[in-house]
Write a protein that binds this ligand. Structure first.
Ligand code: FAD
Length: 281
């Protein structure tokens, strides 16, 4: 069996398959396990410096591997014992899980799957590692390549003349990159809510603009104690060459330094392009 990706989903899949007696090879394009939680090292991560989980560790853990070291009920993997832990604690837990079940030996690191096709009864997986191509055949392929990497970006009128930054939440890493700026956050789901909150201590002014209420109470404006974030029910009508933004409410926001698109991600399986009749949304 092949597994594509050694993030949390790929690792738990591997462990279950091995338990059932299958022979498993996992392909991982990065040089380490952990997927998107590897803030420090992954080139593909969507995590940011101050991110803490939005699930308590008791719920987020795998059933067979708690998010507490076995020998220390009150302890942690990295010194962060908080219930809603930091990304480094999650990475520590994932690494510990892989060690516990000796999974690393089955992973081909720095090996990116480029193509998967079915030939008669088998799946042929072509991968690339340091410019060297490998071709292997498998009975089955499990895809665990994550779904928080391919950015969804709305086609905004005026995006080509707007003189200031247009970024996606995938690019957001640390609030100090935005010190003193005026930032429009488009979208008020988990990313919009959390990133605007995280940035509010650094930015001069923020607007959280969304058609639908966000994940927290929409009547509560500004969010939390952060009085420099205004919540606007609507969306962007037009980005303008003078750095202002016209909203569908008719309001014009002046001197917007950055439009941060908190508009989510799409499923993306580029290596399946040659499989006939396969579609995904
Ligand atoms: C900002 C953010 C916050 C989140 N917060 C939480 C939270 O608090 N709690 C929670 O439970 N979940 C949270 N999540 C969801 C998170 O995605 C999951 O927790 C988990 O990391 C998903 O694991 P995964 O293995 O599916 O994907 P990933 O962790 O993305 O791993 C996918 C792996 O596949 C590899 N890969 C991709 N393509 C290829 C290829 N072609 N060849 C080889 N390898 C490939 C990648 O390098 C990566 O290592 C959050 C996600 C984001 C983006």
């Amino acid at each position: 069996m092949a597994v594509i990706g050694a993030g949390g989903a790929g690792l738990v899949t591997m462990q279950e398959l091995i338990k059932m007696g299958h022979t498993v090879i996992c392909f991982e394009s990065e040089s380490m396990i952990g997927g998107t939680w590897n803030f420090e090292t992954s080139s593909r991560t969507s995590v940011y410096k101050n991110l803490r989980t939005n699930l308590p560790r008791e719920l987020m853990a795998f059933e067979q591997y708690k998010m507490r070291p076995k020998d220390d009920a009150e302890g942690s993997f990295t010194g962060d014992a908080r219930r809603f832990a930091s990304h480094s604690e999650i990475t520590g837990w994932i690494k510990s899980y892989a060690e516990e079940f000796s999974l690393n030996q089955f992973i081909r690191f720095s090996t990116e799957v480029k193509n998967v096709v079915k030939v008669e009864d088998q799946w042929v997986v072509t991968a690339l590692s340091n410019d060297v191509e490998s071709v292997d055949k498998f009975d089955s392929v499990c895809i665990a390549n994550g779904h928080y990497e391919a950015m969804v970006k709305p086609d905004l009128k005026g995006h080509d003349i707007f003189p200031n930054q247009i970024a996606h939440s995938h690019d957001y890493k640390t609030p100090t990159d935005y010190t003193g700026k005026r930032v429009l956050f488009l979208g008020a789901s988990f990313s919009g809510e959390d990133i605007s909150r995280d940035m509010s201590s650094e930015i001069a002014q923020g607007w959280l603009v969304a058609r639908r209420p966000g994940v927290s109470n929409p009547e509560k404006s500004p969010i939390g104690a952060k009085e420099n974030i205004d919540r606007v029910r609507g969306t962007i009508d037009e980005l303008r060459a003078d750095g202002s933004v016209l909203l569908t409410t008719g309001d014009v926001l002046e001197n917007v330094d950055c439009v941060m698109l908190c508009t989510g991600y799409a499923f993306n399986y580029p290596f399946l392009n040659q499989v006939e009749g396969l579609k995904w949304d």
